[in-house]
Design a protein around this ligand. Structure first.
Ligand SMILES: Cc1cc2nc3c(=O)[nH]c(=O)nc-3n(C[C@H](O)[C@H](O)[C@H](O)COP(=O)(O)O)c2cc1C
Length: 305
């Protein structure tokens, strides 16, 4: 989980408890520093996730130092000698990732939180991919997994492992702002939108409702057409601004002006993002009612398996 949600504390706690903790994308320097801190906190494997639309060569230099590289959102291509997984939202994408040499694919269902690559529910897509790829090729399942029974169901359906986002946003160690975690505890519904697309246009993402979503998504869940066109015209400009400029842009972001960046409210971003930024969450947020230590969650999730 990028943008500062999955930092070293969360990744290390997950790995230490027996999961595969994954650092979300940051600046290359931030990622290098987080990997070093995660290594100091645990000697278990750590993964790094790169968004292919944002990753530059310097990100890859850091990611190659991790035990596993997980990629998402773009044409799958092998760029590491080490273990490489690609998260996919369709059968075509899974086939392409395997053909490009991925060691396994994460099958992401439409119920997932954050950016959502495809339109098919997780278990349906898993069946499709399992039928098309050779027996024994590792498939991991993401989207809608919140408790041990869900993990069990994923493994029984042929997944090698379960991949969870939303459950760990709502952990003590996640970098999400406390108020964001609390909002998720109260959330029962999510919306799949393109609203928070400044700097990352044409990319659907699932969020919980907040002031910006309420204001702009009641008529069309994707967001007003003119906003989406403007985001497309601006292209990936914002994501290439230097960190200092991005910070001041975020401070001015408001629910009443629908040019909204994909940056979620994390503990190191301005508080206005709580109602003007994306509260990424999957459909399973409706079933999660607490904020817990990540290690405890991993042990409980694995219990049923
Ligand atoms: C806050 C948040 C941030 C996310 N950021 C990323 C990301 O940077 N890279 C990525 O591959 N997936 C990202 N995802 C998607 C997850 O990899 C995964 O597909 C999803 O969380 C699974 O669904 P769930 O939220 O129902 O568990 C994010 C999800 C959330 C909730």
């Amino acid at each position: 989980m990028g943008g500062g949600v999955a930092r070293w504390g969360l990744a290390a706690a997950v790995s230490e408890a027996g999961g595969l903790g994954t650092l979300g994308i940051l600046s290359p320097a931030g990622l290098a520093s987080d990997l070093k801190k995660a290594r100091a906190a645990t000697d278990k494997p750590i993964a790094v996730n790169l968004l292919l639309n944002l990753a530059r060569e310097k990100h890859w230099e850091v990611a190659r130092e991790a035990d596993v590289v997980v990629t998402f959102w773009g044409k799958p291509r092998r760029r590491t000698e080490g273990i490489w997984l690609h998260q996919c939202g369709s059968l075509q994408e899974a086939v392409a990732a395997r053909a490009a040499g991925a060691d396994g694919v994460i099958v992401q269902g439409v119920e997932a939180g954050g950016h959502v690559r495809g339109t098919t529910p997780a278990f349906e897509l898993l069946d499709q991919v399992r039928a098309a790829l050779p027996d024994g090729y590792p498939l991991l399942l993401a989207g809608g997994i919140a408790d041990a029974a869900d993990v069990r169901r994923a493994l029984d359906a042929g997944a090698e492992a379960a991949v969870l986002g939303t459950r760990f946003v709502m952990s003590d160690e996640s970098g999400a702002r406390t108020a964001y975690k609390q909002r998720l505890m109260e959330s029962r519904e999510t919306v799949l939108t393109e609203l928070f697309g400044l700097g990352w246009p044409d990319a659907t993402h699932r969020v919980a409702w907040n002031e910006a979503a309420d204001r702009w998504l009641r008529d069309d869940p994707l967001g007003p057409r003119w906003v989406r066109l403007a985001n497309r015209a601006a292209g990936p400009l914002l994501s290439r601004l230097p960190d200092s400029l991005q910070g001041s842009t975020l401070k001015r972001q408001s629910a009443s002006i629908p040019f909204l960046s994909p940056q979620p409210p994390t503990s190191n971003t301005p508080p206005n993002l709580l109602d003007s930024g994306p509260l990424y969450a999957g459909e399973c947020v409706a079933r999660i009612h607490d904020i817990r230590p990540a290690g405890e969650l991993v042990r409980e999730l694995a219990d049923g398996s």
